[in-house]
Design a protein around this ligand. Sequence first.
Ligand SMILES: O=C(O)[C@H](O)[C@@H](O)[C@H](O)[C@H](O)COP(=O)(O)O
Length: 272
Amino acid sequence: MSVDPRVSIHPDSSVLMAAIAARLITKLVDVQDKYGEATVVLTGGTVGIGTLKAVADSPAAPAVDWSKVNFWWGDERFVGSADPDRNAGQAFDALLSRIPVDPDRVHIPGSSDDFETPEEAAEDYARRLREAAAAEHAADMSDDRPEEPAALPRLDVVLLGVGPDAHVASLFPEQAGIREKERTVVGVRNSPKPPPLRISLTLPAINTAAEVWMVVAGEDKAGAVGLALAGATPVQVPAAGPRGTSRTLWLIDENAASRVPQQLVRKDATGA
Ligand SMILES: O=C(O)[C@H](O)[C@@H](O)[C@H](O)[C@H](O)COP(=O)(O)O
């Protein structure tokens, strides 16, 4: 299946976040129809968190069986669990505290309350991903079940914000995280954006997802978005790296779109 990125441009960030929320609700309902459950990987940032708030505010939110959604995070700040910098805390405030989630399906990366180092928290997160994959494998009764379980469960949608420096998750330009080829999760020690200690999924992990949605608003992202879509190399421009196995969608606002190569811009309103 084609994994060429598709770009859908929205007039401003509030329309963008409402549109991503609508897509996400529809996607989760569709995936639940097919598999009985759905798995989403969340992102922090204004667009990521604003989208979650838009999901909670949507009259269509109850169409999703939230008790059968598995939540993971693409990255997390390695600070105390109650620190306002935590992506998970922000996601709870915006959405997870407002819907009937199953706590056993909410997989928050470890904090500095529980681990000495981001590397230990990263290892723990990788172990939990492996366990989820093993449980999924054991429950798979299909004829095409692979012999061995994978390192990651099926990821239906990965949401990723993009920084002005083109970072995604906590994979920053030229740093070790974006160069990682083997591990699914890494500890990050020198994030140029505070806080410096973080945990992040790697590109090989992100790129197992069926769908990757890059969610971006603001003029300060236009350069990063343009370079990523023009085919820059991920080590320099991490946002160029993520690819879903069936779809890569760039859901962006007009301010972030000024340097998008014209041939990639869809002319219809939805980009669906
Ligand atoms: O961990 C972080 O530092 C942020 O979560 C970051 O990765 C964010 O997702 C992007 O910078 C996009 O942020 P905006 O959506 O606010 O532009």
